[in-house]
Ligand binder design. Structure first.
Ligand SMILES: Cc1cc2nc3c(=O)[nH]c(=O)nc-3n(C[C@H](O)[C@H](O)[C@H](O)COP(=O)(O)OP(=O)(O)OC[C@H]3O[C@@H](n4cnc5c(N)ncnc54)[C@H](O)[C@@H]3O)c2cc1C
Ligand code: FES
Length: 255
């Protein structure tokens, strides 16, 4: 059941210059939240930003009724959100979209950039099923792999950077353990990363889910601005996704 409601910011952490987290508390019990679902955040007092901004749910704490968002500063809306302080309120529409299926016994979670965000809640959900996933995070350089320490309790953490400043040098698909015997892959990150991971999964017949981060406006399936061409027609990313099986996205992966 979707809600439109105010949360109070109870923690704000800067993660270098480009990223920050906001932990938001609600006085009432949170609804069930699937890993991979997202919120539409209202950006207040910013004349140029009329539409809400879609942001993945990074972490959920049901004991304290908190959600954490991991946000990359890329434009006007996220820059405004970065000015919020503890005690401020933030209006969210949530939980939106369909999340990851939590299939597999030996899952590999792959993330890059702001696409790392949904993978923490995902890793924790696998842990609740008694499964410790392998988590492979990649970035151009060390400071562009945010929040990585948060993952270590929940799985085997592997890292790659293009410049070799952290983990193995190269792209995630070049990591020495990328070809280990995984039975499921979940990926969220920049489009070239998701295409490469999806192509690998299709070629090796490994079930794979990709979480698309298309531009969105309404977030509820009304404006159709987030549609992608799929094998059987078109997919509305905000409503039918953002998580899709790679087998439904072969056109997108090859485009
Ligand atoms: C389902 C979903 C989940 C997302 N989760 C997160 C998250 O957890 N953390 C996070 O930091 N970001 C996330 N994003 C991306 C985030 O929504 C955009 O970065 C944000 O809306 C940009 O707003 P802005 O006003 O700061 O930028 P704008 O001023 O609107 O744009 C600035 C620049 O960012 C680019 N941009 C805008 N939207 C996107 C987008 N969706 N993807 C890539 N580039 C974009 C624009 O092309 C432009 O170059 C998610 C997007 C989707 C669709
Ligand atoms: S954002 Fe409006 S239909 Fe998806």
């Amino acid at each position: 059941m979707k809600q439109i409601t105010d949360f109070t910011i109870v923690e704000r952490k800067a993660l270098g210059e480009a990223y920050f987290t906001l932990t938001l508390q609600h006085p009432q019990t949170l609804p069930p939240i699937e890993a991979g679902q997202f919120v539409e955040v209202e950006v207040r007092d910013c004349n140029d930003v009329l539409l809400r901004r879609p942001i993945s749910i990074h972490d959920v704490d049901t004991e304290h009724n908190t959600l954490t968002l991991l946000i990359q500063i890329v434009g006007k809306g996220t820059r405004k959100l970065a000015t919020l302080q503890v005690g401020d309120t933030l209006n969210l529409v949530y939980p939106l979209g369909h999340g990851f299926s939590l299939k597999g016994e030996r899952p590999l979670l792959v993330g890059g950039g702001a696409g790392i965000a949904p993978l923490l809640h995902l890793a924790k959900c696998y842990n609740e099923r008694g499964i410790r996933p392998t988590i492979l995070l990649g970035g151009r350089t060390e400071r562009l792999i945010p929040a990585r320490d948060a993952f270590t309790p929940y799985g085997t953490l592997l890292l790659t950077t293009d410049d070799g400043s952290l983990g193995e040098k190269g792209m995630v698909t070049q990591h020495s353990r990328f070809n280990d015997n995984y039975d499921h892959i979940c990926c969220c990150g920049p489009t070239p990363m998701m295409r490469a991971v999806g192509r690998h999964a299709l070629q090796h017949d490994i079930p794979c889910e990709l979480s698309l981060e298309n531009m969105m406006a309404c977030g509820i399936g009304a404006c159709l601005c987030c549609v992608v061409k799929s094998d059987g027609g078109h997919l509305c990313v905000c409503k039918e996704g953002p998580v899709f099986e790679a087998t439904k996205l072969t056109n997108w992966i090859d485009s």
